[in-house]
Design a protein around this ligand. Structure first.
Ligand SMILES: [Zn+2]
Length: 284
């Protein structure tokens, strides 16, 4: 078959001979894209990166389930501002508070089992007697739910008179969670600007409290402090101090890192970069 475009040679358009008259370039492109997408591995979903684990409460001794991140399966993308780790497909911070649904005892995973009898008593009297817990049944923890868990962990830490480093660490992680929450809203519901503004203001407040607390903990406690060695803690404080324009504090921490005998080259480089950022920020 010569095709309906045959005979164009005489018009100098022989190259079009045999072309499909009804072909749609756009459709073809879309089909190719769809084929390529089908070949991509499926996007990692948060629900596939968590699992239910059974814990026994240190206060009421009943058992309960909590959702935990599968750390071996979650891919770390990098570490951002205020040492916040970023994972692919999951806001990891959501899964670091253990909460007993029977009595309201809550703590960061690493502190959950560390509880004196006197502290358990304080929690029974000041938390368990009064707490009213919200019931959630989702497949994953939502941001508001995770935020509630952090607030309970902080309330517990205050009531049990936990170390200032533990309270500061809860504040730091709450700030990480609020940052994730903001990013999620900005991507999914950008019209929610009032809510985004309020979350950002809360994040600042938690970061500020974390910084002041860690400065205090640095005086009172010996490293590791909240799991961080001295140099890492100094870097965290320095980064937060630059953020809050507390340049005296930042300079002292940077100096301490640069002169620390045990500090590795990588953190010293990071401290020098931070010093440059601070100088530039001061001039601006
Ligand atoms: Zn309990």
């Amino acid at each position: 078959m010569a095709g309906i475009l045959s005979g164009l040679e005489s018009l100098g358009l022989g190259a079009l001979n045999g072309t499909d008259v009804l072909e749609d370039e756009e459709e073809k492109k879309k089909a190719a894209e769809a084929r390529a997408a089908a070949l991509q591995p499926p996007k990692v979903q948060e629900k596939d990166l968590i699992y239910d684990k059974v814990y026994t409460c240190k206060v009421c001794h009943k058992s309960f389930n909590a959702k935990i991140m599968k750390s071996g399966k979650s891919k770390l993308l990098g570490v951002g501002f205020a040492l916040r780790p970023r994972y692919e497909g999951i806001a990891a911070e959501k899964y670091d508070v253990l909460l007993c649904p029977h009595c309201g005892y809550a703590a960061l995973t690493k502190y959950f089992d560390v509880l004196l009898d006197a502290q358990a008593k304080l929690i029974k009297e000041n938390i368990s007697k009064n707490v009213i817990l919200t019931e959630y049944n989702g497949e994953i923890y939502g941001f508001d739910q995770a935020l509630e868990r952090y607030k309970l962990a902080l309330a517990n830490a205050v009531v049990k008179k936990g170390k200032v480093s533990e309270r500061s660490f809860i504040c730091l992680k709450t700030a990480w969670l609020l940052a994730s929450y903001c990013e999620n809203l900005e991507a999914e519901e950008p019209d929610e600007d009032e809510k985004i503004k309020s979350l950002k203001a809360q994040e600042e407040e938690y970061l500020r409290t974390a910084m002041d607390g860690f400065v205090d903990a640095r005086q009172k406690e010996t490293p590791p402090i909240a799991g961080m060695d001295g140099v890492t803690l100094d870097y965290l404080i320095a980064e937060l101090a630059v953020h809050f324009k507390e340049y005296d504090v930042a300079s002292r921490m940077i100096q301490s890192i640069l002169t620390a005998p045990g500090a590795n080259a990588r953190i010293k480089d990071k401290a020098r970069d931070l010093k440059d950022t601070m100088q530039a920020q001061k001039k601006a």
